[in-house]
Design a protein around this ligand. Structure first.
Ligand code: FAD
Length: 287
């Protein structure tokens, strides 16, 4: 089923994000985590595209395997960075041939070890161009990324919001947000996006924290802030992974309770390929 139809149902649309593992063992673990996640009856799962387009073949292969063998709807991440327009078109064609209907079209993170985002000499510069390309090719339901705390490379909050609208005008059916830890950022974002006349679902991306150093690394990369109260809790679990996981579950549960009360179309969980915390949060929420 297409994203647009999934979000049109009058229920909370759960989705879970995975990344392509580096080893065969990691891949088998992933499929066992997917089987566990399926018990939550998510509307779909998604597979990321490695930084700099590094997992192009692997991502498509995994998406195809999930589509064929898991009985679970899937969304393929696809980025413009590190590949030519023809490469991007070839991936879209391959997905089309394999019957994959859902994609999230993204600018992409720069390759690992680099900080500067450089477009490929023959590539697209912005995600909006990829949305246009996929729309013209046809048959896709397309999501795009949204940044409640403003994208780090944006000229301003206003320009970031205008370019988001450009992606929706180009054919995007849903916006999935970057992780955030202060719900007020999401509420303000929704208000501002709606003021521009954008009506598509704005789905919050939620990360159940798994470790203190890891969440600090993630937030520094995507420029999301860690609220003071959360930072105080993180310090207490600095060297205790189990306690950090429990903190992550408790915090994400409270965050989701607030979001659900506000009225959201769905929840997109950044699982980091581990189902335990996502399941625990959903259990706490009676989902
Ligand atoms: P764009 O929409 O292209 O925007 C990038 C920047 O350019 C923004 O600052 C925007 O304001 C600005 N901009 C846009 N259009 C213009 C224009 N015409 N002129 C001037 N400035 C413009 N990264 C990966 O590598 N792989 C993944 O699988 C992946 N999955 C993600 C999933 C989600 C839900 C999210 C939220 C992010 C994901 N990312 C992923 C990270 C994302 O690709 C990066 O943050 C990237 O830098 C921005 O992507 P974008 O799609 O918003 O890009």
């Amino acid at each position: 089923m297409k994203l647009a139809d999934l979000y049109a149902r009058h229920e909370l649309t759960l989705s879970v994000e995975f990344f392509p593992p580096k080893t065969d063992k990691g891949e088998e673990n992933l499929f066992s985590e997917i089987e566990t996640i399926k018990r939550l009856n998510p509307a779909f799962c998604s597979v990321t595209y490695g930084a700099g387009g590094s997992t192009r073949e692997k991502t498509v292969e995994l998406v195809d395997r999930i589509h064929r063998t898991c009985g679970l709807e899937v969304m393929c991440h696809l980025t413009v960075v590190g590949q030519s327009k023809d490469d991007a078109r070839a991936v879209l064609k391959k997905l089309q041939e394999k019957g994959i209907e859902n994609i999230i079209a993204l600018g992409g993170d720069p390759p690992q070890g680099t900080v500067d985002w450089q477009p490929h000499p023959d590539g697209f510069h912005y995600a909006a161009e990829l949305v246009r390309e996929a729309t013209v090719l046809g048959g896709f339901s397309i999501a795009v990324a949204g940044f409640p705390e403003v994208h780090p490379r944006a000229e301003s909050r206003g320009s970031d919001l205008r370019y988001l609208k450009e992606k929706v005008d180009a054919g995007a059916a849903a916006i999935i947000t970057q992780l955030f830890f202060d719900n007020d950022d999401y509420y303000r974002y929704v208000e501002d996006v709606r003021k521009l006349g954008v009506v598509v679902p704005i789905v919050p991306g939620v990360l159940p924290i798994l470790s203190a150093p890891q969440v600090r690394r993630f937030t520094s990369l995507c420029c999301a802030k860690i609220p003071v109260a959360l930072e105080r809790e993180l310090v207490k679990v600095e060297n205790d992974e189990q306690a950090a996981v429990q903190l992550g579950i408790d915090y994400a549960t409270r965050q989701c309770e607030g979001l659900i009360k506000f009225g959201i179309p769905g929840l997109h969980f950044y699982s980091l390929n581990k189902s335990y915390s996502v399941r625990a949060v959903c259990k706490n929420l009676d989902l």
